[in-house]
Design a protein around this ligand. Structure first.
Ligand SMILES: Cc1cc2nc3c(=O)[nH]c(=O)nc-3n(C[C@H](O)[C@H](O)[C@H](O)COP(=O)(O)OP(=O)(O)OC[C@H]3O[C@@H](n4cnc5c(N)ncnc54)[C@H](O)[C@@H]3O)c2cc1C
Length: 277
């Protein structure tokens, strides 16, 4: 078994450009240092510094823009994303979570049928934005068939979004929160894009006492047009399940990174331990 070693940058990369990119990520965290990483954790500081670093180095744009929508090096490579999950997990669950929920927010866009929205999202990735996945609801949890978020058609072909979501990572900052719900008139499933900074998007609170922001949020007559709709009907449901399917790999690799770092810390602690010294 290969354990990630930041001093060797030893994962099995497919190409030198990826190695270079991952080295920059490692350098960012090594420069930040364990002391500051821990201080931010205890201070419950949201990882703006990491997000800025990602923007400056086009990390999310490279890793999560499918080929053809972004720059030459941008493509969706699950192996590469898994390695990235392991590296950021190694340095802290906060950083991993910002990545993970961004990916959860992006998959409904890129598996959807709205080409214009895909190009808009690719630009948002270049701009260094983060993303969110608005699936879970407090009253329904794992029972996603019962989702109550509703999109109500208006005269003139627009819609109003209303409903609440619970446990939505990056729900405070996301340029796009991919919102899963139902059409109020037909009951068809629908995925649509919302912006966390819109006045009709109410980011109520952080549900966790941690640096991650896991939002409880509500939409109050949030205006939506066809340009915001990613998918409707059975395909919206399939895309929702597939999003979880694609992103589940990050859970395993992120955990591997966390456990590896804990192992090194335990060895270091045991090696330098002085009882009643
Ligand atoms: C830290 C954190 C971050 C999260 N981030 C996000 C996010 O970014 N976006 C997002 O959309 N969600 C997010 N979630 C929500 C997560 O997906 C939910 O926790 C999950 O949907 C389960 O809901 P629940 O916790 O209310 O469990 P419950 O619904 O209470 O389920 C508890 C158990 O009962 C079972 N169960 C419940 N209903 C049924 C049923 N009808 N049939 C069979 N078994 C059932 C479940 O399988 C589970 O084992 C996050 C959660 C946490 C804790």
């Amino acid at each position: 078994m290969l354990l990630f070693n930041p001093l060797k940058n030893n994962p099995d990369y497919a190409d030198p450009k990826t190695r270079e990119l991952m080295q920059k990520v490692i350098d960012f965290f090594e420069a930040k240092g364990l002391k500051k990483i821990k201080a931010d954790w205890h201070g419950k500081v949201w990882n703006h510094d990491f997000v800025d670093f990602m923007r400056d180095n086009q990390v999310f744009a490279t890793l999560m823009t499918p080929a053809g929508y972004g720059d030459e090096n941008s493509c969706w490579d699950t192996w590469r994303n898994a390695i990235f999950a392991e590296i950021v997990g190694f340095y802290g669950i906060t950083y991993w979570y910002t990545f993970q929920v961004s990916m959860l927010g992006l998959v409904p866009v890129f598996t959807g049928s709205n080409e214009a929205l895909k190009h808009k999202t690719a630009q948002l990735l270049k701009d260094g934005e983060v993303f969110a996945f608005g699936l879970s609801e407090k009253e329904h949890g794992a029972d996603i068939y019962s989702s109550e978020m509703a999109l109500t058609p208006q005269a003139g072909g627009t819609y109003l979004g209303n409903g609440r979501k619970y446990y939505i990572g990056n729900g405070n900052e996301a340029a796009i929160t991919s919102m899963f719900g139902k059409m109020a008139d037909t009951g068809d499933y629908v995925f649509f894009a919302t912006n966390s900074k819109h006045a009709a998007y109410d980011c109520i609170r952080n549900t966790v006492n941690a640096p991650n922001y896991v939002a409880e949020l509500a939409l109050h007559d949030y205006p939506v047009t066809d340009a915001d709709i990613m998918e409707r009907g059975p395909k919206a449901w399939d895309n929702m399940l597939n999003t979880i399917n694609v992103c589940k790999f990050n859970l395993g690799f992120g955990s591997l990174g966390l456990a590896t770092h804990a192992f090194y810390e335990a060895l270091d602690h045991a090696a330098g331990r002085e009882l009643y010294g």
